[in-house]
Design a protein around this ligand. Structure first.
Ligand code: KG4
Ligand code: ZN
Length: 467
């Protein structure tokens, strides 16, 4: 292995985010040390240019539009990742706190325009390895990042590491937020809708204990993977039709809520969940204090419409969606039937061409989210009972879903393995749940330190790449 400190330039373009990141070993004195003794690397920059606004017009990703947008964004994004890394080093050296926008990047709807007066090409010379998503994903999107990385590896004469996108998502859960970081910006705890060119700062990396059970849930994938060591994966279950994130997006489209659907459906579901818990509070308050009024309650009067056992306000419809494949002992998922159930419900409710009220949409979103999360959590816990992992990782775009994070956290708190140890749950920071190049660089780092590297002329892109 190269005995220079490892500095990875990572690129991710598998779907609709153009992203580049720099991952570095810092203060690494002997970089040929055994894996266990090495200091974990640092994410020094992670730039994500999202095409969300572009695809919102069609309520979904149009592959050709996505690849054209990647073409426009890729070089400025790579430049920015390199230059931000450089700026951060300068900041570290001079102990100044500055805002990242010193780099003067302009961001329009789908592309960004670079306007640099320092050469990113100089900084490229310090890169020791390229890392790139090789699949799965949209082929036209993958090819843009893949060929950019391949060309850079050729020109710089350095190794390249092709990374499976799902492996990347799994490694995003290694990142814990560094509470001491000086470089955090206000966007860091906001939702995906705000991601355009997002800058991400320092994280601390957590150690891994194997075996790990990873639930990866995104717009293109829903899978349960048993990870026995770095790079050793066994697929124990996957969706047989739609991915969970895809179902969220389709339900949002059916309800005319916008794109991407996951965050919006989740917000609507949350409103209904709050309404239910308010009405539960009201009922218990009325039992203990019959004089109390319903002034806080947004629902119908409880006397007229008593709440059901779940505490639902009277007047709300009896909507229930199926939990697909939950009665099967395997670890596969199916979400296409669930989406069809939502479609039938919407058709029934709008039969007289009456538009759905916001309240009804909230209830549908709530029932849908409950069904998806129920299936994901139940199957994951069943797999945990069978495989007894030390760690469970939740990853992928849908791992930003706060209700899913909460349910899995609660289930695990109550769960004990046969040895009476609690299983640790690793959740990626919210800003690393969606597609980003930092996760690709991190996964690549663990390939590099076990000497699993390649050269530009040996790697292949595969839109159906398996882990
Ligand atoms: O991993 P990702 O960014 O791209 C793929 O690899 O597909 O995942 C995107 C998916 C979208 O379907 C989006 O609707 C979903 O993740 N998503 C969510 C949430 N945030 C993003 N789904 C449910 N709840 C969320 N909060
Ligand atoms: Zn993804």
């Amino acid at each position: 292995m190269n005995d220079k400190q490892i500095k990875i330039l990572a690129i991710e373009t598998s779907c609709d985010e153009t992203s580049a990141a720099v991952i570095c070993e810092e203060n690494q004195i002997h970089s040929d040390q055994p894996t266990a003794n090495r200091q974990p690397p640092t994410i020094v920059s992670n730039i994500v240019s999202s095409q969300v606004d572009l695809h919102a017009k069609t309520s979904g990703v149009v592959p050709e539009v996505a690849s054209r947008a990647h073409m426009e964004a890729i070089i400025p994004v790579v430049e920015k990742a390199l230059l931000q890394e450089n700026t951060k080093s300068e900041i570290r050296n001079t102990k100044q706190t500055q805002k990242y926008n010193v780099l003067n990047i302009k961001n329009s709807d789908s592309n960004i325009v670079s306007n640099f007066d320092i050469g990113a090409s100089d900084l490229l010379q310090e890169v020791t390895h390229l890392a790139v998503t090789a699949g799965p994903g949209l082929i036209g999107s993958l090819l843009v990042g893949f060929n950019t990385a391949k060309s850079l590896a050729y020109a710089l004469n350095i190794p390249i590491i092709p990374i499976n996108h799902i492996e990347g998502h799994i490694y995003s859960a290694l990142c814990g937020e560094n509470p001491k970081s000086e470089y955090r910006n206000s966007k860091q705890h906001q939702n995906n809708k705000d991601r355009k060119t997002q800058e991400i700062s320092n994280f601390v990396l957590r150690a891994l204990n194997f075996p790990i059970l990873a639930l990866t849930v995104s717009g293109g994938h829903t899978s349960l993977t048993l990870m026995k060591d770095h790079g050793v994966y066994e697929n124990i279950g996957a969706t047989i039709d739609d991915a969970a994130g895809e179902a969220f997006d389709k339900v949002a489209k059916l309800l005319d809520l916008g794109y991407p659907g996951g965050p919006i459906v989740s917000r609507y579901a949350k409103k209904y969940r709050e309404k239910i818990s308010n009405s539960k509070f009201l009922i218990s308050n009325q039992i203990t204090n019959p004089e109390s009024t319903s002034s806080q309650n947004q629902c119908h009067s409880v006397e007229e419409n008593p709440a059901d056992s779940a505490g639902r306000c009277g007047g709300d419809l009896n909507i229930k969606f199926p939990r697909p494949l939950l009665d099967r002992p395997d670890f596969n998922f199916s979400f296409s039937g669930l989406k069809t159930s939502v479609l039938y419900t919407v058709k029934k409710l709008t039969v007289n061409s009456q538009p759905l009220t916001a309240e009804l949409k909230q209830q549908i979103c709530y029932e849908f989210e409950e069904a998806v999360v129920d299936v994901l959590v139940t199957k994951t816990m069943r797999a945990a009972m069978q495989y007894e992992p030390k760690i469970i990782i939740l990853a992928g775009g849908v791992s930003a879903n706060l209700f899913l994070r909460k349910r899995l956290t609660e289930e695990l708190k109550n769960h004990k393995t046969k040895e009476h140890d609690c299983i640790e749950l690793l959740l990626p920071p919210l800003e690393l749940c969606g597609d980003n190049a930092a996760m690709i660089g991190l996964a690549a780092y663990y390939h590099i330190i076990r000497d699993d590297i390649s050269s530009w002329d040996k790697i292949k892109v595969d839109s159906n790449l398996k882990l």
